[in-house]
Design a protein around this ligand. Structure first.
Ligand SMILES: [Zn+2]
Ligand SMILES: [Zn+2]
Length: 129
């Protein structure tokens, strides 16, 4: 699947399927996206190829690096610093996100009270691990 940021400076493709898809309600994801929650698609890092552009790295906490497009501000990735073999991309940056299958809700302890989860998928108070 292919995708990219809003201004198209960054383009990428994924060569294999996700190992995980989850919605994160944490405050950091809210601040970074401007949205009430973010749905992340997890991939083995070496199956995600950057076709053009260079996402700007941002250390959002002691354990986590995020990246984004320096020109338009679209978020690009989420990565644990001690697990560089895995990378999480927000589903909204894919050209087509129709086929993602949500598996889990995480950080529901920080979920906004007016966001209502209506499916029966597992919920985690904290991180996905
Ligand atoms: Zn951009
Ligand atoms: Zn989060």
């Amino acid at each position: 699947m292919e995708g990219g940021c809003h201004c198209k400076a960054i383009r990428f493709k994924t060569e294999k399927d996700t190992f995980w898809v989850g919605a994160c309600y944490c405050i950091d994801c809210r601040k970074i996206s401007g949205a009430p929650y973010v749905v992340w698609a997890g991939y083995e890092t070496d199956t995600v190829k950057i076709l053009q552009g260079k996402p700007k790295l941002y250390s959002s906490s002691e354990q986590v690096n995020r990246s984004f497009c320096e020109n338009c501000g679209s978020p690009f990735s989420y990565q644990y610093k001690n697990q560089t073999g895995k990378i999480f991309l927000p589903v909204g940056i894919f050209d087509t996100a129709d086929n993602f299958k949500l598996q889990k809700h995480i950080w529901t302890s920080q979920k906004l009270p007016w966001i209502h989860i209506i499916d029966k998928l597992p919920q985690e108070d904290g991180s996905y691990q």
